[in-house]
Design a protein around this ligand. Structure first.
Ligand SMILES: CC(C)(COP(=O)(O)OP(=O)(O)OC[C@H]1O[C@@H](n2cnc3c(N)ncnc32)[C@H](O)[C@@H]1OP(=O)(O)O)[C@@H](O)C(=O)NCCC(=O)NCCS
Length: 150
């Protein structure tokens, strides 16, 4: 029988578990997007979903130190065999609740313009998606910017 999925606050040691699966989950090299610092320093505002010993999903986010209104979601993934079950929706729901409790009034995120699954998911979660912003993250690194009020 499948193990039940349990969502909990992330821990620094989750970095190794996430980077062990991220490239396979995305189907392209993405590990460099998640340096260890994100888990070392932002684990209290990040969430992990476990299915027994296995990682089922995660949301890595933080409450912006530079903009007191904003919470930011940096990296989100769900295991391929757990997708379209509402897991990312639940992880986001819990992140939104934490951000609101911290006094944040909006959430930001970005994605690559070719990541149509991410754009569809964020739109379904109530985010407004910008047109692709050329060179947003540097030369040739265009991004779609998401914003959602809390
Ligand atoms: C994007 C991702 C996190 C969504 O996770 P998920 O758990 O499958 O999402 P949910 O089941 O909670 O979906 C909620 C809603 O979002 C929308 N949605 C999610 N994935 C979608 C997709 N691939 N295409 C179209 N709509 C999608 C749907 O409206 C869905 O509701 P429905 O299933 O009732 O129709 C997952 O597909 C993933 O890990 N993708 C690879 C990594 C990635 O691109 N991450 C995001 C950028 S950092």
């Amino acid at each position: 029988m499948a193990e039940p999925t349990v969502i909990r606050t992330a821990r620094p040691e989750d970095h190794a578990r996430i980077t062990a699966v991220a490239d396979a989950w995305w189907g392209r090299p993405v590990t460099g997007i998640l340096p260890r610092l994100f888990l070392d320093h932002f684990h209290p505002s990040s969430l992990v979903a476990d299915a027994g010993e296995d990682l089922a999903g995660f949301v890595i986010g933080f409450f912006s130190p530079g903009d007191g209104r904003t919470a930011y979601i940096h990296f989100t993934g769900v295991a391929p065999d757990q997708r379209r079950t509402g897991l990312a929706r639940e992880l986001y729901r819990r992140f939104f609740a934490l951000a609101k409790a911290d006094g944040r009034t909006r959430v930001h995120a970005v994605t690559a313009p070719f990541n149509t699954g991410s754009i569809a998911f964020h739109t379904a979660m109530g985010f407004t998606a910008s047109d692709p912003v050329p060179d947003y993250d540097g030369p040739g690194l265009d991004r779609v910017r998401f914003e959602r009020p809390l």
